[in-house]
Design a protein around this ligand. Structure first.
Ligand SMILES: Cc1cc2nc3c(=O)[nH]c(=O)nc-3n(C[C@H](O)[C@H](O)[C@H](O)COP(=O)(O)OP(=O)(O)OC[C@H]3O[C@@H](n4cnc5c(N)ncnc54)[C@H](O)[C@@H]3O)c2cc1C
Length: 242
């Protein structure tokens, strides 16, 4: 038996940094082993300007591996369609997501907020998004909420009839919220951000879907706080992962 739940409609995403071991010093000791060997840790506190210069040099010349000696774990809540895009990022990422087989999925669904641009103009690769009219906004909200209600009711009907969760979930849409832990390092995060955010400093523009960009922006804010010199060098060098 399941209890009939009321639906929750959300237009935001959540990103929480749950665990990290990440600082600019992690880049420096890894890089300085080249010249200082086992003394590279002692070199850390010597000269901040030199440290800044070294990080910038590594970023500019794309010496990427020193940016891998750190770790950040995020707990992310977002619609399934965002996770489908997210998990295409294979290198330097670890994922664990909630299961639709082992737990009853909660009725939390994505409905775009008023600031989400609804209308796409132009040809593939050169899209521009513009604000929808109030009528379009209403059409989107009404259609999505109605569809979510129907599909979640069908899901619950099947569960009540004794059907397994893994079978019944097929009726649920990609606007359903899911949750996952995603662990990465600064290098893999930079590659992700280069593809999944738009930024005026980006040397190579990308055109990500807004909802994954919303996740990316929150991750970026956490990372910037942990590794300010690396973050500054990333922006200074056109947001290209080294
Ligand atoms: C705007 C946008 C639109 C997209 N549209 C589509 C779409 O329509 N359809 C679709 O299927 N995907 C689409 N994607 C996903 C895209 O093709 C990539 O799968 C995704 O961005 C992950 O990038 P990545 O492979 O570079 O990352 P990662 O998997 O993290 O790989 C990082 C880097 O490692 C190297 N690497 C990883 N695996 C290999 C390999 N097997 N061989 C050689 N080198 C490797 C590459 O240098 C790669 O850049 C889109 C992505 C973006 C940003």
């Amino acid at each position: 038996m399941t209890t009939r739940e009321s639906l929750v409609f959300r237009s935001d995403v959540t990103v929480e940094l749950v665990k990290s071991s990440a600082s600019d010093a992690d880049v420096l000791f890894a890089a300085r082993v080249s010249t200082a060997g086992e003394q590279s840790l002692e070199e850390l506190k010597k000269d901040p300007e030199r440290s800044k210069g070294l990080i910038n040099y590594l970023m500019r010349d794309r010496h990427g591996s020193p940016f891998e000696h750190n770790s950040m774990t995020f707990f992310i809540g977002a619609p399934i369609f965002v996770f489908r895009e997210f998990m295409r990022h294979r290198v330097g990422w670890s994922y664990n997501e909630e299961s639709g087989r082992y737990r009853e999925l909660q009725p939390v669904f994505y409905v775009p907020g008023e600031d989400r641009k609804l209308v796409q103009q132009g040809r593939p690769g050169r899209y521009e998004f513009v604000q929808g009219t109030p009528e379009q906004q209403k059409a989107v909200t009404t259609a999505m909420e109605e569809s979510y209600r129907q599909s979640y009711a069908a899901y619950q009907d099947m569960l009540e009839a004794g059907v397994a969760r893994e079978v019944a979930r097929a009726t649920l849409p990609v606007g359903l919220f899911s949750s996952m832990y995603a662990t990465c390092n600064a290098r893999s995060l930079m590659h992700f951000l280069g593809l999944r955010t738009q930024h005026e400093l980006a040397k190579v523009p990308s055109f990500p879907q807004r909802e994954i960009e919303m996740v990316g922006e929150k991750m970026e804010a956490e990372w910037a706080r942990l590794m300010p010199l690396t973050y500054a060098a990333y922006n200074q060098n056109g947001r290209v992962a080294p």
